[in-house]
Design a binder for this molecule. Structure first.
Ligand code: ADP
Ligand code: MG
Length: 290
């Protein structure tokens, strides 16, 4: 079932002015409820502009956004209802922390929803658990935390609203591999345990390959491809030509194929690579023994 639908969405910055930029060019998308969708594309391809439409932060110039089949600008009396349902984590969300304790920061969203103190408290603790925010961190100031910790507090603030759709714009930007892994596994946990839909914008093909079940590849304000992850990676050669950093393991497989090995090129995760190599070895041995 579709949770978010984007119809004929176009958007131009500075329309009719010098510096006019067409950021989105007739986007059509149907996001299935409960899916984990990755969005990848060059800087400037329109990723942030696209997702800023999903929670009503930006109003479409042309086209419509439907949440559960309802036009978010027509069928909702209050756009805030849309914002509670589609939780958007901005790039560098830690810059938006402002309260004196992490607890208060995480409570901000659910409080705005008009929930009781008791429910807000439950939500804060639930979100803190998902994001690895300890009781000690909750009681302390966000400004005493490391970059990665702050980011997790900011994400918890969105998760505390229990949005049906969680949208994250490059949540790992600027973090070390350990910090990246932590955030992505927490998001995955949230996705699996709540059945919510996740839309993850990332620069890293590796991250997308490991977490998303469907991938949107954007190019110059358009959808170049929207397909299941394995299908997108069957096109690895073209993605590489487009300059999108394909996963290292995919590069290795492309190279091996170039060298004449009869192996698939759509290998994009380490576990799948291992399986493929074992299968290849077995086939070789069987051919030798036959
Ligand atoms: P991405 O997130 O993929 O890097 P963006 O959605 O940020 O892409 O940008 C899409 C295009 O719109 C780019 O050409 C960018 O320069 C332009 N753009 C983005 N934000 C603005 C803005 N506030 N004013 C003018 N142009 C913008
Ligand atoms: Mg962006």
């Amino acid at each position: 079932m579709s949770v978010l639908k984007i119809e004929n969405l176009s958007y131009t910055y500075n329309e009719g002015l010098p510096g006019e930029t067409k950021a989105l060019d007739n986007i059509n998308l149907d996001i299935e409820e409960g899916s984990f969708v990755g969005i990848i594309g060059h800087t400037g391809s329109g990723k942030s502009t696209l997702i800023s439409h999903l929670n009503g932060l930006t109003k479409p110039q042309t086209g419509r956004i439907l949440l559960d089949g309802k036009d978010i600008w027509k069928d909702y009396s209050d756009i805030r209802q849309v914002r509670f349902n589609v939780g958007l984590v901005f790039q560098y969300p830690e810059y938006q922390l402002f309260e004196e304790t992490c607890y208060k920061d995480i409570a901000f969203g659910p409080k705005n929803m008009g929930l009781s103190d008791e429910e807000v408290d439950k939500r804060v603790k639930m979100a803190a658990r998902f994001c690895g925010v300890s009781d000690e961190m909750l009681a302390g100031s966000p400004f005493d935390l490391s970059g990665g910790q702050k980011r997790r507090v900011a994400i918890a603030g969105i998760i505390a609203m229990m949005p049906k759709v969680l949208v994250l714009d490059e949540p790992c930007a600027g973090l070390d591999p350990e910090g990246r892994e932590l955030i992505l596994s927490q998001v995955k946990n949230y996705h699996q345990q709540t059945g919510s839909t996740v839309i993850l914008v990332s620069h890293s093909m590796e991250d997308i390959a490991n977490y998303a079940d469907k991938v949107i590849v954007m190019r110059q304000g358009q959808i170049y491809k929207f397909a299941p992850t394995e299908e997108v990676f069957q096109d690895a050669e073209n993605l590489a030509k487009m300059g999108l950093g394909i996963p290292d393991v995919t590069k290795v497989f492309l190279k091996l194929r170039e060298m004449g090995l009869d192996i698939p090129t759509d290998v994009y995760t380490i576990p799948y690579a291992v399986k493929t190599i074992i299968k290849y070895k077995k086939a070789k041995e069987e051919a030798k023994n036959a």
